[in-house]
Design a binder for this molecule. Sequence first.
Ligand SMILES: CC(C)(COP(=O)(O)OP(=O)(O)OC[C@H]1O[C@@H](n2cnc3c(N)ncnc32)[C@H](O)[C@@H]1OP(=O)(O)O)[C@@H](O)C(=O)NCCC(=O)NCCS
Length: 367
Amino acid sequence: MSGENSLIRNANPDDLDDLVNLENASFSTDKLSRRSFRHWISAEHCALLIAEINEVTAGYILIIYHPGTRLGRIYSLAVDQKHRGRGLAKQLIQAGEQAAQDDGKLYLRLEVSVDNTAAIKLYEALGYQKFGIYRDYYQDHKDALRFQKRIRHYSDTLQHRSVHWLKQTTHFTCGPAALMMAMHGLNRAYQPSQEEELNIWREATTIFMTSGHGGCHPVGLALAAKRRHFKVEVWINQTGTLFIDGVRNEDKKQIVDLVDNGFKRQAEEQSIPVHYANITQNELINAFKTGALPLIMISTYLMDRKKVPHWVVMSGFDDDCLYMHDSDPDEHRQSELDCQFIPIAREDFDRMSCFGKNRLRTAVIIR
Ligand SMILES: CC(C)(COP(=O)(O)OP(=O)(O)OC[C@H]1O[C@@H](n2cnc3c(N)ncnc32)[C@H](O)[C@@H]1OP(=O)(O)O)[C@@H](O)C(=O)NCCC(=O)NCCS
């Protein structure tokens, strides 16, 4: 690039026209709109970088972070046709990896169309590893390959299990979706379905929770798993009625209390171990290592600032992170990929895996 000065910098509102032009020239479908670019220029939780050559915009990369986790996603990348083949995309990705690392991210993931040879070669050359395919991903119905790279390296201690991801079909059935993932992960003969999801919810629900439908009670989920011939163990760090504080109405409180007592009585009758203690990360990991799949209740606060109790299933661990499958794609995790093996840093995990002002920590270990 003799006589050429290239520079990578953060995007600002003056780049809008150039970004839109670059986008339109580079992609025929799934284009980012002017409005999206305007949003991402000022948004937190992302890196939007511009490559300039002799002060002219020549390319960009957009990396979106998944709040509360160690995951970032290369959402888009393009280099102006005139400037391709000179290493600009490589520089953009490397600068993006650095920005993501500086913002505490451990992994970058991305999707790329199966026929985009240039981009696939580029990602492979930079150490991205293929880990799946999405059928019919783009507006033009082409399939997408999924790539991942660990951008910060430690000793390679990852242990994970192939857990088939499921999307919950209602906003209150995270518990059943997590349980179905675990049961299918442990026994491929077990077949999840929407009917199963609703049946499990009916078996395990607290009936009321805050002002809406009840979510699932840990002991209710354990009973549902036992009914389906799995071995279960429950951990709850408090003995009182769960989720009762958020319910205002006295009649509803009484019902939540009745359901809680009923579940605990049935667990006793069926000899389901319920440990009234804090489960530690090491206990979760030991259970996982010995073949179990733990369901863990997290608060979504670090992810979306909503304080909602939410069930996820543990799908792996290493020295830095515990990994979760989450059945609920949200505004930050638009793709299935972002909902699988979500890396939660160990130092964030304890904060994330407790809920409410009395710091409820609960898990259901399924074998
Ligand atoms: C993909 C794209 C960003 C590459 O930009 P670029 O600046 O030309 O890429 P670079 O010069 O940095 O190339 C780096 C490496 O990528 C690979 N590569 C890039 N273009 C390639 C091509 N046309 N064929 C094969 N390999 C290619 C090579 O491994 C190359 O390394 P090398 O030059 O040492 O062989 C660009 O072609 C583009 O904007 N395409 C349209 C938009 C798009 O597809 N974006 C990706 C969406 S996931």
